[in-house]
Write a protein that binds this ligand. Sequence first.
Ligand code: SF4
Length: 448
Amino acid sequence: MALTGIQIFKLLPKTNCKECGVPTCLAFAMNLAAGKAELSACPYVSEEAKAMLSEASAPPIRPLAIGSGENVVRIGGETVLFRHEKTFVNKPGIAVLISDALPEAEVNSRLKKFKEFKYERVGLTLRPEMIAVKNESGDSQKFVTLINKVKSETDAALILMSQNAESLAEGVKVCADRVPLIYAATNGNSEALANLAKEHKCPLAVKADTFEALSQLSDKLTGTDLKDLVLDSGSRTVRKAFEDQIYIRRAALNQKNRSLGFPTIAFPCEMTNDPMKEALIAATFIAKYAGIVVLSNFYGESLFPLLVERLNIYTDPQRPMTMQQGIYPIGSPNENSPVLITTNFSLTYFIVSAEIEASRVPSWLLVMDTEGLSVLTAWAAGKFVGDAIGGFIKKSGITEKVKHRRVVIPGSVAAVSGDLEEELGKDWEVKIGPREAAHLTAYLKLGA
Ligand code: SF4
């Protein structure tokens, strides 16, 4: 049972030192009870109190990881119902279903799509991460062969699906190092699968058709010391499955219901045969509130929008998207190519770099860390001003790449040129570029 704010307060040091970021221990206790703060933010909690508060301070939805190496899918850990309240934490894993009853050509086609569908956007690589391997044939040898094939050809985080506990045991044996999700424990097989999950330290999906049954099963499994569970409410109509997602999220967050405090899995692949409808259903579950979304197949025209939707929803609304500070070569520049500078707000970078590309004038673009602020905002905040820009240019290493000493600054911050020249010294020439990035193409074509 979760503790109330007052109960937590009684266990805190009550010094109101403010080091946790709030003015009083009581405010911190209230935040902790609401899942809006982490116990580690208070450095003065005694070990004894820590032990007692561990349940209260645990995220209301347990975070867990599936997969290994560079492709680990982290799900759960959410603390809010709505993204604008704080942020969503762990984006849902997107999986494609591959059954051992499929013809080999179709298996190969899905694996090829899994490997090839990767997209660069705002400096990030968007891709699906998971493959759900389903034992539809009933033949455990076929299941194991398919798991081995998927494992050897991809880095996918795996979901092993079978109604047969023995087949699952055979399957887990060959890919335990990948930390697969075992799907799914039901009333009939929960003991066998709990033992399997514990033996191989794998997360376990739990499936039941009512919330009551789901809660009972999850309690039974956590009672055996199994901690990493994924919930499947069993609904396969869009409306009911959508309602279930909301009910589970609200129960975990608002009612502190630990039995339902786990990430969920949704199966749009079992809700329609129409690929476009399936994409729309998947989009719904990405928004609310699946931890894993399983698709029947990947199509570029629907996968890309789903990945972008996921990116947008799981981006912290309080932190602008940023590029890494550094030197970005655009179009194979050389030692005589122009040098331009801008800020590290992603959108600014993409507008500026697109204009440079359109000009076909190979250039060096310096991107300066302004904490994600755009040019004018960064200037107004004192982060994109002459001495700071000059300091960055000198440290950037650009002088090792070009013979000349000219830099083009955005025309909108022409006012910084004097200070910048002073900071850089007399060897440098500061050129004022166009006020609007849209005019950069013409500016470069005319010879920067
Ligand atoms: Fe209280 Fe700890 Fe916060 Fe200090 S850091 S105000 S002791 S909760």
